[in-house]
Design a binder for this molecule. Structure first.
Ligand code: SF4
Length: 216
């Protein structure tokens, strides 16, 4: 599986009316409104900052990633500009969906976006579950949404160990997967691999869903 090309995502955003209408976008803008990386909240903009704002037509800009905030928050495939920059601070909002390239037949929806960010890294979906406690339950939910009117058959999810319990439901052709992971009693790094298999037109597809975090 491959992510949709970033340029296409940006062009799509520029062509759409990105006025905030949905609650999820309003919530994102609310989180940005008090963030120190929002250009509106910085009095002494550097030349680099000014260039980023100018590229967005003078509108509110995320100085962590350079994107215009209205367009960025309108795109479900975007995550907070602090993604991958933990040295700058914690992310304030997460990715809601992954649009895949036209050669792939499913898009992936994040049913846990209020709590956890996900991304498509190479061919695996990676959920960052952060710092958790011993014996803590983590509920992850994602869906496979078919494209081009195709149907998904024989979906199977194999958990890497008995600490994760998968459950599959079908809703209007979209396959929803719930994973409940319970951390162990020891402390340390968590990497849990769950293997997803399904068929479309008798061809089998597979990818992994990795839960990554740390028990503290
Ligand atoms: S996208 Fe994230 S880093 Fe950028 S302004 Fe919004 S909350 Fe801050």
């Amino acid at each position: 599986m491959k992510k949709q090309n970033k340029v296409k995502t940006i062009v799509d955003a520029k062509l759409k009316d990105t006025t905030p209408k949905e609650d999820w976008q309003k919530n994102r803008l609310e989180a940005c409104s008090s963030c120190k990386f929002n250009s509106d909240n910085k009095d002494d903009l550097s030349l680099t900052d000014l260039a980023k704002v100018a590229l967005n037509g003078g509108k509110s800009t995320c100085l962590a990633c350079g994107c215009g905030l209205q367009d960025k928050t309108h795109s479900k495939t975007e995550a907070c500009g602090l993604e991958g920059k933990p040295e700058l601070g914690e992310m304030r909002w997460n990715r809601i969906e992954i649009l895949t390239s036209t050669s792939d037949k499913v898009d992936i929806l994040n049913g846990s976006s209020e709590n956890y960010n996900f991304d498509l890294v190479k061919k695996d979906i990676v959920y960052e579950i952060g710092r958790i406690e011993p014996k803590q339950k983590v509920n992850i939910s994602f869906s496979l949404k078919p494209k081009y009117g195709v149907k998904i058959y024989d979906l199977d999810v194999k958990a890497g160990c008995s600490c994760t319990v998968p459950e599959i439901k079908t809703i209007d052709g979209t396959k929803k997967v719930d994973l409940v992971y319970t951390s162990g009693s020891g402390r340390g790094v968590v990497v849990k691999r769950n293997t997803v298999k399904y068929k479309i037109n008798n061809q089998e597809y597979t990818f992994s869903v990795l839960l990554k975090g740390r028990i503290v």
